[in-house]
Ligand binder design. Sequence first.
Ligand code: SF4
Length: 377
Amino acid sequence: MPEHLAISFPHMGGYSIVFTQLMSHLFPTARVFPAPPMTQKTVELGSRHSPDFVCSPFKYNLGNYIEALEQGANVLFQTGMGCRYGYYGELQEQILRDLGYKFQFLCLSRERAQPMALCRSIRELGCTLPLSQMLSALLLACESIRAMDRYEYWMRESMGFEVAPGSCEAVREQLFEAIARADSLQDLQRAKSRCKQATEAIRTNKPPNPLRVGIVGELYTLMEPSSNFFVEQQLVRESISVSRAMGIWFLLFGKNHRQALKNSGPYLWHTVGANGVDSVSQSFAYAQRGYDGIIHMKSFGCIPELNATPALMNLSRDWNIPILHLSFDSHTSETGVQTRLEAFADMIRMKREEDGVANSQFGRGHRFGVHQGRSGG
Ligand code: SF4
């Protein structure tokens, strides 16, 4: 066990703030810091030392670990389940050891993610807090995640219509800073109230029926914006209202596999691994709610999302809703993604206009529900 703990972990969206908050409460004397910000160098480092065929979350995380170790980290965290990611930790640890780094690796996957095993790992790392304080820290972290996810959900839907550019982002930064400093649920409650007031003060000129796009797909690609070239921000610049249900709160407390399968309607009969079922059930909901388009994002080689793709294609055909499939890895061209997004935005805009003409000619309800039969998937 290192004498002075320097704890670090990979990035995934803004959640590193909450993980820093949690670890700082559990290990008050430790130096806790997220891996350095994602850059091209991070991706290059991770890719250089990863098996070529492995999916990009592995490569991004490995790049994060290397940069964190270079900054003096001596304890690294890894967690993940639901697909082969649950088996990546051992391989990442071995690669880092082969590179000559000395560190402790806490891999909280599979059975090690069970509450008792988790508690044991934290204790073994030197946490001496009573159980009640550990639980308080955990509760604060969960509530922080809920506050972040709620605000970001609203922000994605509204940011494309803000009157003063940057006002949504400014409130987000304030909220995140307050979460990083929060020591108790009372602190968090005060931060949420300030955020609510600031949100109400943001002026938007959102039309009653804006263009709406739903985002579904592989969780890491969805939640780590640098891994998808900030797709959501690009859509927002096109004045599109963006919806994405996937977030850590959803994964921890909202995910219900059986319900998702049921909500996939005629498009899935069986599970397809990881979050593939969620991609289908959420897409089905977007289609039923009359969204203008869906973007399906995944890492190159992601089997669960590949499995979900035929069901999504059937859904696209039946509901006449365009779905843009984007696959990312370390070789993906940012310009290529931008061009496809611009074309997609133009296409759904034109389709909206054409459907408007068709609806006025044939009456409303012409657009959806062409075929409701079981299409397979
Ligand atoms: S869900 Fe897909 S991309 Fe994500 S870790 Fe699993 S296989 Fe890789």
